[in-house]
Write a protein that binds this ligand. Structure first.
Ligand code: GLN
Length: 460
């Protein structure tokens, strides 16, 4: 069955809604499900007519709550919609609902949501990844045709990999961030998760392009599409990163498949790989400490019931409203930015960021694409049994690189090992999204997105 018209044709809509209801308790992917509200601004025709999509709950949709997975914004209703959402609705798309996330996008398991537990459709004992775990689980379970997420340091690609679907992190600036609640503005972009390359591309094609409401947005200026035999670079430093055997095996399998398809696979050098995580966490937390200062209990969000002074009110509101991971990052961010110490942390991280960008620039002088794993381990158990929060940060090594360099990257399902999906990713030069779609389409022919248990047979 095709997703087009599902949310608008009465019979199909009722069947779809009943199916979503039957899986919600178990999966916990939606914080708010309301396709009638989500259809309000939608056109009746267009390339996405009647196609329902899930929106990560840090992206504004008018009339829906915008919780960011936080107690701070639990009851906040958005008065406007993100440009990306508006464009999708104008193309006929219908917002199915708002999906769960790690609080303010901070995390890799969706366990940092203060509001709901989301489970991986492949195994309810495991996490769906994060921070866009809600939309990823919804798409992988067949509850929505595609999902919108934000990717600041892997939050679209890693949950997509954990759930066995595609996840696009566009070129920085290619999609308007108007209506995305900011975490780390210089790193993040709104991206798409879907079961097929076609659906991923379709949604991206509608969303992208300059927006007068986001000064950092850019006109779509696609890199010329290279056809035929491609040269694909594999950073030799990846071999030194500790990796689960199933991820290593899938990485090797993907290289073999690419050669069988007639492409050249060769080593490239990425000497700064080792510094990606430290640079990312300094820059991301520094920006977060500034971006999250707006949640002060005055203008919107949670306000403490009692306080003697305005300052005490802000402190109490933030103490009650924000979760431990968010507090940790705000503290870290203010620490790296404190006066007298900026040279040691923030400026140093920015220099490393430039070096990372230059490593890619150099690599792309010799190759068309770079291949890397998405995450060093398969979907892990809930409750941090085999991945504590510190290990989860170290494991962002493969994803954060694209954010620091502003490059587009597409994660794709590459294998199922021990009944769990494993994802890999391609990175391209800026505005090279078309090449990402093209190479993933070639791989999709031999290995389409595997259906999670319970996925409705025949849906695409
Ligand atoms: N794991 C990354 C972090 O916790 C993901 C962030 C993101 O892309 N929103 O910062």
């Amino acid at each position: 069955m095709d997703w087009h018209g599902v949310a608008t044709h009465a019979g199909a809509r009722e069947r779809w809604k009943a199916f979503v209801a039957s899986r919600q308790d178990e999966l916990g992917s939606f914080l708010q499900f309301d396709p009638a509200l989500g259809a309000v601004d939608s056109a009746s025709s267009g390339p996405l007519a009647g196609v329902p999509f899930a929106v990560k709950d840090n992206i504004a949709v008018r009339g829906f709550r915008l919780t960011c997975g936080s107690r701070m914004l639990r009851d906040f209703v958005s008065p406007y919609s993100a440009t990306a959402v508006e464009r999708l609705q104008k193309a006929g798309g219908i917002v199915a609902g708002k999906a769960n996330l790690d609080e303010f996008g901070m995390g890799s398991s969706t366990e940092n949501s203060a509001l709901m537990v989301t489970r991986n459709p492949w195994d309810p004992g495991r996490v769906p990844g994060g921070s866009s775990g809600g939309p990823a689980a919804a798409v992988a379970a067949g509850l929505a045709a595609f999902g919108l997420g934000s990717d600041t340091g892997g939050s679209v690609r890693q949950p997509a990999a954990f759930c066995g679907i595609y996840g696009l992190k566009p070129t920085w600036g290619a999609v308007s961030r108007f209506g995305l609640v900011a975490y780390a503005s210089s790193l993040e972009v709104i991206g798409v998760m879907a079961k097929t390359v076609d659906m991923t591309e379709k949604a991206f094609a509608v969303m992208r392009g300059e927006d007068p409401r986001d000064q950092s947005s850019l006109a779509w200026q696609p890199a010329p599409l290279r056809k035929g035999k491609l040269s694909i670079g594999v950073p030799r430093e990846c071999a030194d990163v500790p990796m689960h055997a199933d991820v290593r095996k899938t990485f090797e399998k993907t290289r073999r498949t690419l050669k069988e398809l007639g492409h050249e696979v060769r080593e490239v050098s990425f000497p700064t790989l080792d510094h990606v995580v430290s640079s990312y966490y300094v820059i991301a937390t520094a920006e977060a400490s500034a971006n999250l200062a707006r949640f002060d209990g005055v203008r919107y969000g949670h306000r403490a019931a009692h306080a003697d002074t305005p300052e005490a009110m802000t402190i109490a509101s933030r103490t009650e409203g924000l979760g431990p991971e968010v507090k940790l990052r705000i503290l870290l961010g203010t620490y790296v930015l404190r006066s007298g110490f900026q040279d040691e942390y923030y400026l140093r991280a920015q220099k490393i960021r430039t070096a990372i960008r230059m490593d890619f620039q150099k690599a792309f002088e010799g190759v068309d694409l770079v291949l890397m794993p998405v995450y060093p381990v398969p979907p892990f158990q809930r409750g941090s049994a085999d991945a504590d929060p510190f290990m989860q940060k170290l494991a962002d090594i493969f994803t954060c690189a694209a954010n620091l360099a502003g490059l587009p990257a597409l994660s794709f399902p590459a294998a199922v090992e021990a009944a769990l999906p494993i994802g890999m990713q391609f990175l391209a030069p800026a505005f090279g999204e078309d090449l990402l779609f093209s190479i993933c389409r070639q791989l999709e022919k031999g290995f389409p997105s595997p259906d999670a248990p319970g996925f409705p047979a025949g849906w695409k």
